[in-house]
Every structure is written in structure tokens, then in C-alpha cells.
Design a protein around this ligand. Structure first.
Ligand SMILES: [Fe+2]
Length: 135
């Protein structure tokens, strides 16, 4: 699934515009890579991006440029993001969330957004884990 591979492209230094990696990445995929609309929307919203967008004052841009995707696909890209370390190793969602909080530090906008999003992220991981177990 392309979106799972591309979801963090917005961290690439040359792509940083707003500083919100989901939105920067989705804009790059739309405007430069001319990626499929669904991929752009999934990348834009992965890991409950609407919370960070709100905290940055970017809710309107995010929602109007990239309508959210509902359902299992949306959970799946969050699962991919949140069960993998920054080095690409498998990890538990709780460890991943703790790593993000530690990396950004108390009071940082990204850390606070992730803290707020944590219940939704954990729920996405649960949904996908259940779906995988059911085959
Ligand atoms: Fe991400």
C-alpha cells in the first residue's frame, strides 16, 4: 500500500513548509509527485492529524485540501505509522507514543498533539490488529 510507505515523506527537510509533516507530505505528493488522491488524503490525515492541525491553526487547510478518509484504510495507515520505530523496526504502539513524547519533549506542540491523539491512535491499532487476527 503506497500510503503506508509514503506517509512520513513530509519529514524530508526540503518539503517542510508548514512544519506539520502530514500536510507538507500530502501537498508534496499531490503537487510534485502527482500521487493518487486517496493516497494524498490518507497521508494528510494519518495518526489523527486533525488534532495537530487544530493546534497549529491549520484545520481549515487540512480539511479543505484533503477530505478525511473513513474506515479501515485510515486506521491502517495510522497502524503502519504507530507500530514502527523511526528506524523501521516493529514496535508496540505504547512504546511508539512514548518515544514521540520523549523526542519532542514536554510542552512541545507535536508532543501535546500526540498525547491528545493517543486514545484514537491506540483505537486504530486495535481495529487493525483485530482485522488482521480475523483474516
Ligand atoms: Fe507520521
Amino acid at each position: 500500500m503506497s500510503a503506508a510507505w509514503l506517509h512520513d515523506v513530509g519529514y524530508a527537510p526540503d518539503l517542510v513548509a508548514t512544519g506539520m509533516h502530514q500536510l507538507d507530505g500530502a501537498r508534496y505528493l499531490r503537487d510534485v509527485a502527482h500521487a493518487d488522491d486517496l493516497i494524498c488524503r490518507l497521508v494528510a490525515h494519518h495518526s489523527s492529524a486533525f488534532i495537530e492541525a487544530r493546534n497549529r491553526g491549520l484545520s481549515e487547510q487540512l480539511a479543505s485540501e484533503f477530505p478525511p478518509v473513513e474506515g479501515l484504510l485510515s486506521h491502517a495507515i495510522t497502524y503502519a505509522d504507530m507500530t514502527t520505530t523511526p528506524d523501521g523496526e516493529p514496535t508496540e504502539v505504547e512504546s511508539r507514543l512514548a518515544e514521540i513524547l520523549a523526542r519532542y519533549g514536554e510542552g512541545d506542540l507535536v508532543a501535546e498533539s500526540i498525547r491528545e491523539a493517543s486514545p484514537l491512535i491506540i483505537d486504530s491499532v486495535r481495529v487493525v490488529t483485530t482485522a488482521l487476527a480475523e483474516g
